[in-house]
Design a protein around this ligand. Structure first.
Ligand code: NDP
Length: 527
């Protein structure tokens, strides 16, 4: 079954976010080039439209329990008042499990367990011993990678091919990488002695649940800190499976503690008086609240917040390659990516051609069941996020942008949104200014490099950017003038544990990854 592509002119009503076939006609059969009947046995000179057969990944490798407790001091415990909340599968809207809802008393207990473990055990272990645990965790993550990938896709809605090929391997890579630093802290910062900060409070979002956990926990542990981590309420399951992995790795009790609960519990955790270091990834609004909440407490703080990255395509760029980079930049993980290339800046002379190629490419994107190995775009993480995307897309149309959505059938249930491309976007439109955090691309044109730089930097954010051009000198000139923490050239969304990641302006401060990421978890003293 097929659905017709949608083009909406400014001011028109926006198509419903969840579209089903609705009896739309199949596209006309394509004529076979060359005249004579083809050799595939069709015989009538016409090719038939074809689709991918379903290729579902088995769920059997994962056991989802009915209830999960908190992981404190190496043990699973119920919340002190027994309350729970439900986590659901965003692709079906069906409940998955009941999760313990931590209280202030549980936060106190988790911080206490982390403090004891840090001062009595973990902080005293030689680096080479800490490294052994981190290597073991990395190896176990690899051994159990399919289990983690399937669970991540079920709980978050992301396509299995991304959780399998990106999230889980990168999470393991972070543990491998930081395991290597644990016994080399004396060489990491020449002339300085690196001491652990103590107890780290870490609050992570729902877009890369396991990967963000790895970004936070691996450098903290390598440097001799212990942690209390709070995952997002919509995606707690892989963090709780990680708790199981910590036990399997024989990690001393209290080194890693995982508490689940709403935003207020996140705030109670980061403001806890016995926490030394706070690391947060999420929205700029919450990042701001956290910075205010801990002001004056003397805690170290890193914030990795939102973005509105420009992906800039010059007229000498390899266009087909650029199209792949644009698609990867904004439709990867449903666009729920802080560094997503959500603003396409294209040189005016090639805009028409590039947009035509992009629309062509969008028609091949498959949206649907996150566990299907052919799915490119899975489910949006939550109803609230789907509503936010829908609202911003409607605002784009109302403000005068031209909307294009490819013909793709969406499942009748779950939180799905069609890949969306806006053209004729003015910089003042909300879709050009606000972080949508969905599969929505806003196109803006420019004539000169100067204009491209001005428009790219015209945002309160400064997390990432992309540049597509044939000229190395132009790349260097642009990189120098972009106000963004990461700039990719002729590629996009490339990550590596050795390379620091972080933003400027309202995208936060501090770096994660690489030596910079390690530095965020140590106190440097003179030798
Ligand atoms: P949040 O920033 O609210 O959530 C991120 C994490 O912070 C979650 O663990 C959340 O817990 C927790 N949290 C929420 N409120 C507080 C608080 N007051 N103090 C401490 N911790 C808190 O993101 P949302 O889920 O609300 O998403 C809203 C928007 O934020 C998105 O549309 C997107 O634009 C942006 N975002 C950006 C991300 C990024 O990586 N840059 C990641 C996620 C969202 P809980 O889940 O229990 O609410």
């Amino acid at each position: 079954m097929a659905v017709m592509a949608t083009e909406t002119k400014p001011g028109a009503a926006v198509p419903a976010p969840v579209a089903t076939n609705g009896g739309a006609p199949l596209p006309a059969p394509l004529p076979t080039p060359g005249g004579p009947p083809n050799s595939w046995g069709l015989g009538d000179g016409q090719a038939i439209p074809w689709e991918y057969a379903p290729a579902p990944e088995s769920r059997e490798i994962v056991t989802i329990r009915e209830r999960y407790g908190l992981f404190i001091g190496g043990k699973e415990v119920a919340a002190s008042d027994g309350l729970t909340f439900t986590t659901i599968d965003p692709s079906t809207e069906l409940p998955l499990a009941e999760i313990a809802q931590a209280t202030q008393a549980d936060v106190d207990a988790a911080v206490r367990a982390a403090r004891q473990a840090q001062s009595k055990v973990w902080g005293k272990l030689p680096g080479r011993e800490r490294a052994k645990y981190l290597f073991r965790i990395a190896r176990l993550l690899q051994e159990r990678s399919r289990e983690f990938a399937v669970l991540e896709s079920i709980d978050s809605g992301k396509p299995i091919k991304e959780s399998r090929d990106v999230d889980v391997p990168l999470a393991a890579a972070h543990f491998w990488y930081y395991a290597g630093w644990a016994d080399k802290l004396d060489y990491a910062f020449p002339g300085r002695v690196a001491r652990p900060l103590g107890v780290a409070a870490q609050v992570i979002p729902w877009n890369f649940p396991l990967l963000m956990l790895a970004w936070k926990i691996a450098p903290a542990l390598a440097a001799g800190n212990t942690v209390v981590l709070k995952p997002a309420s919509t995606t707690p399951l892989t963090a709780l499976l990680f708790a199981d992995l910590c036990r399997q790795a024989d990690l001393p009790p209290g080194v890693v503690n995982i508490i689940t609960g709403p935003g207020e519990i996140g705030m109670a955790l980061v403001t806890h008086p016995d926490v030394d270091k706070v690391a947060f990834t999420g929205s700029t609004a919450v990042g701001r609240k956290i910075a205010q909440g801990i002001a004056g407490q003397g805690k170290a703080l890193t914030l990795e917040l939102g973005g509105k990255a420009a992906n800039i395509v010059f007229d000498d760029a390899p266009l087909d390659q650029a199209v792949e980079g644009i698609v990867n930049g904004i439709y990867f993980n449903q666009g729920e990516v802080c560094c997503a290339g959500s603003r396409l800046l294209v040189q005016e002379s090639i805009a028409e051609l590039l947009i035509a190629k992009l629309k062509d490419r969008l028609s091949t994107i498959r949206v649907g069941d996150p566990l299907d190995k052919n799915t490119d775009v899975g489910a949006i993480n939550s109803r609230a996020q789907l509503d936010k995307i829908t609202e911003l897309v409607a605002a784009g149309v109302a403000e005068g942008a031209e909307l294009y959505q490819p013909a793709c059938e969406l499942p009748g249930r779950g939180f799905f949104f069609r890949p969306t491309l806006f053209t004729n976007v003015a910089q003042s439109y909300r879709i050009a200014r606000e972080e949508i955090f969905g599969p929505v691309l806003s196109t803006i044109t420019f004539r000169t490099p100067e204009e491209a730089i001005e428009k790219a930097n015209n945002t309160p954010y400064g997390l990432s950017a992309g540049i597509w051009t044939d000229k190395g000198s132009r790349i260097l000139m642009m990189v120098k003038r972009m106000k963004a923490g990461v700039v990719w050239a002729n590629t996009f969304n490339k990550f590596d544990p050795t390379s620091p990641f972080g933003g400027y302006k309202e995208s936060g401060y501090g770096r994660e990854g690489g030596l910079h990421g390690l530095q965020a978890y140590v106190r440097l003293e003179d030798r």
